[in-house]
Ligand binder design. Structure first.
Ligand code: NDP
Length: 448
């Protein structure tokens, strides 16, 4: 699809040329630029002052070698990244992803999305993202620790509590954050809020672990209520079985739904009686086993190889919580044919552009990742606030703030869509609402 405004087409062409072989980044930029067309028609100053041209180019890309020694004494070398995208409204903020699929294009797409997501939270945080092609799966505790220490030895030169505050993402959970934090604290000889997702004994926030999954359900609930519906009595399909998936499953169940699927990169389980979440937590958070093992305790459930099949299960609400582009057009068609009513994205960019358009043109309520999964980073920002105050809020206090933030994100995205003549289109609404705050800050701060 081409743009109505020639400037946007030229900008998109530049992005593709300058970042060749980074299709995920192109996809993320295209989606945002398309949404912004009506804004730019009303406000050409954003073009004249180069706001868009500056937004698609990160402040800096940091790329480094991560050498470490495995348990056999063999030297291993991975590649590390931190992309500091935009700090017009606050310090760079965004997670670290450790997964073999990580390369510059993945971090570029995630960092770009993070700018708008962080703006939507209403909190003062800029956009950044980082990671490595290191795979924590199958590594010993010692190997994971040595890798994290080596990664942080380089990263520590570029981050600080008021500059750039990383967090977790795929492959980076509480264990990895602990090792990363320990090394940072040792190198700098300071105790500061430089990472979020920390353990509760050393500056972490209550409810941060639950925040992305809970926030996703609060957002979905608000969207459903706005259309006279709710989670009560609904069947929900969830993909993934990591941090986001587990706590989305918990909250959806608490809100009266029955979650019937979970998956990992090998396959998915279908339990028509509703997923036994306590057992999934034991398998995934404690024993670090595959989702297939669910059948050991629940032989009545089904396991199917291949994660894509999860979208062929009949459900009212789909919550993709695994990874980017996990719902393609074929999966979107299967969901719609099975009568799906709402799709809300827990993972980052889990639906392809074609899948998103198919949902929207078939009347499916669609909550885009930038808005729907912003609860994680919002609670990370609350962790930063608590660290600055040297104080801790209770679980209920943090959860209440998270709930309020998610309701506001829904309302702001819905309002922005309506204001620009695209009522009900939350993809456009989230992009516009997120963009306006950052763009106005950039205008105020001059050409930097
Ligand atoms: P975890 O590492 O805890 O879990 C990821 C889950 O997704 C695992 O079940 C994993 O299976 C599965 N998965 C990962 N890669 C693939 C793949 N290529 N194909 C199929 N399944 C895959 O990560 P999170 O739960 O933290 O993150 C999940 C998504 O949510 C990501 O898109 C992330 O960017 C996004 N997100 C996370 C936030 C957070 O606070 N954690 C905040 C906002 C967004 P396996 O174990 O087999 O790899």
């Amino acid at each position: 699809m081409s743009f109505k405004i020639q400037y946007l087409q030229d900008l998109m062409d530049t992005v593709v040329k300058r970042n060749a072989n980074e299709p995920e980044f192109h996809q993320a930029v295209r989606e945002v630029l398309e949404s912004l067309e009506p804004v730019l028609e009303k406000h050409p100053e954003y073009i004249q002052k180069g706001v868009l041209a500056r937004l698609v180019e990160p402040d800096r890309i940091i790329k480094f070698r991560v050498p470490w020694v495995d348990d056999n004494g063999v030297v291993q070398v991975n590649r590390g990244f931190r992309i500091q995208f935009n700090k017009a409204i606050g310090p760079y903020k965004g997670g670290l992803r450790f997964h073999p699929s990580v390369y510059e294009g993945i971090i570029m797409f995630l960092g770009f999305e993070q700018i708008f997501k962080n703006s939507l939270t209403g909190l003062p945080i800029g956009g950044g993202k980082g990671g490595s092609d290191f795979d924590p799966k199958g590594k010993s505790e010692g190997e994971v620790m040595r890798f994290c220490q080596s990664f942080m030895t380089e990263l520590s030169k570029h981050i600080a509590a008021d500059t750039d505050v990383p967090a977790g993402d795929i492959g980076v959970g509480g264990r990895e954050i602990g090792y990363l934090y320990g090394q940072y604290s040792r190198l700098r000889n300071e105790f500061s809020g430089v990472l979020t997702g920390k353990g509760l004994t050393y500056g972490g926030s209550l409810a941060r672990t639950e925040a992305t999954g809970f926030g996703l359900c609060y957002f979905t609930q608000e969207m459903l209520e706005d259309h006279g519906s709710s989670f009560e009595g609904k069947t929900v399909a969830i993909s993934g079985s990591g941090n986001v998936a587990i706590y989305a499953c918990q909250k959806a169940t608490e809100l009266g739904a029955k979650v019937v699927t979970m998956s990992d990169s090998n396959g998915y389980i279908y339990d028509k009686n509703g997923v036994d979440l306590a057992y999934v937590k034991q398998l995934k958070e404690v024993e670090r086993k595959r989702i297939k093992e669910y059948l050991v305790k629940h032989p009545e459930a089904e396991y199917h190889e291949g994660c894509k099949g999860v979208w062929t299960v009949k459900c009212d609400i789909a919550l993709p919580c695994a990874t980017q582009n996990e719902i393609d057009l074929e999966s979107a068609k299967a969901l719609v044919a099975n009568g799906v009513y709402a799709v809300c994205e827990g993972a980052n960019m889990p639906s392809t552009i074609e899948a998103t358009q198919y949902f929207q043109s078939n009347g499916v309520l669609f909550g885009p990742a930038k808005a729907a999964n912003a609860g994680g980073v919002a609670t990370s920002a609350l962790e930063m606030s608590q660290n600055s105050m040297r104080y801790s809020w209770t679980f209920e206090e943090v959860d209440h703030k998270l709930h309020t933030i998610m309701i506001n994100i829904y309302k702001n995205a819905a309002k922005a869509a309506k204001d620009y003549g695209m009522e009900g289109n939350l993809v456009a609404g989230a992009n516009i609402a997120g963009f306006l705050k950052v763009a106005d800050a950039m205008l105020a701060e001059g050409v930097v």
